[in-house]
Design a protein around this ligand. Structure first.
Ligand SMILES: C[S@@+](CC[C@H](N)C(=O)[O-])C[C@H]1O[C@@H](n2cnc3c(N)ncnc32)[C@H](O)[C@@H]1O
Length: 296
């Protein structure tokens, strides 16, 4: 990119170059990174196509685009990501929040609405950036959320997001190995989780961005991808009140089938509902603890 370049020039060249490098969404990524390098909104790129880039802006964009071509997620390059209507700070210490997790948040919010509780007690297990905890608290002003993670580094990011979104009075964080830090008689209304669920032998199915840049602690869960979920099913069942619910995200069809079986065994065959997204792909399950509080 030599000489004086306009916004139009850099958009065209960068979209083409990222596409040739195998980037799956070259236009979107280019727009987000160009807006970042220029310190403007994405829309403004198209309102001032003849605007020349300063040498500093051009250098900044070149650096971001080269890193993107090597697989670094756009969210890490920008340091933030939109999720379910909230903007989150995102660093390499946390998983980049995914659109499929919004299906899980929608299901959790729908269940909270149907229960119409005064002050529902919700726990987000494996909170990472705090995505699920913050999205639920932002959309459900009655909810009190405990956001748990085993990673101190992730909890620091979650704390920044909770503070930046002004949710500190209703979202607390704590370090815990799944629900081990929560008393068995907690009587929770809702446990929600996007736990690690990639099976060790599915490592090669991950794209470079996830495999090389996102924390392994956030991704892998034993040989079958169910190490966390099987523990969580038991730990959540114990800590939920009778009639309480677990909403949990799953991964590949094979891992999803394994999770469905273990949830039905723990919660009862009729107490588990699949959670399809708008494309009808099952993204997780909602499991209800019986009103009698007894297992199947
Ligand atoms: C798939 S990420 C989900 C992050 C976030 N909830 C989201 O949806 O974007 C899983 C998270 O679980 C955390 N984690 C892994 N093992 C854990 C454990 N044993 N106990 C608690 N959290 C754990 C990881 O640090 C990571 O933040």
């Amino acid at each position: 990119m030599g000489g004086v370049l306009t916004v139009r020039d850099v958009l065209g060249k960068t979209i083409k170059w990222l596409g040739e490098k195998g980037c799956e969404s070259p236009r979107l990524d280019t727009e987000l990174l160009a807006a970042e390098a220029l310190g403007i909104r994405r829309l403004d790129l198209y309102l001032s196509p003849e605007r020349p880039l300063t040498p500093v802006e051009a250098d900044r964009l070149r650096d971001l685009v080269r890193r993107r071509a090597k697989g670094e997620p756009v969210a890490y390059l920008r340091g933030r990501r939109e999720f379910h209507g909230v903007e989150l700070i995102v660093t390499p210490a946390v998983l980049v929040p995914r659109p499929e997790t919004e299906t899980i948040v929608d299901a959790a919010l729908e269940w909270l609405t149907s229960e119409a509780l005064d002050a529902p007690q919700v726990v987000d297990v494996g909170t990472g950036s705090g995505a699920i905890a913050c999205a639920i608290a932002a959309a459900c002003p009655a909810a009190h959320v405990l956001a748990l993670d085993i990673s101190e580094a992730a909890l620091e990011v979650a704390a920044r997001n909770i503070g930046a979104l002004g949710l500190g009075d209703r979202v607390r964080i704590d370090r815990s190995d799944l629900l081990a830090g929560v008393p068995a008689d907690a009587g929770l209304d809702l446990v929600v989780s996007n736990p690690p669920y990639v099976a060790e032998d599915e490592r090669n199915l991950l794209d470079t961005s996830a495999r090389d840049f996102e924390p392994a602690l956030a991704l892998f869960s034993g040989p079958l991808g169910t190490l966390h979920t099987s523990r969580l099913a038991d730990e959540a069942w114990t800590r939920l009140r009778p009639g309480g619910a677990l909403v949990i995200e799953t991964g590949t069809p094979a891992q999803t089938a394994r999770v469905e079986a273990l949830l039905r065994k723990r919660f009862g065959a009729l107490a588990v509902d699949p959670l399809p997204d708008i494309g009808r792909t099952v993204r997780g399950f909602l499991a209800r603890k019986s009103l009698e509080g007894v297992g199947p």
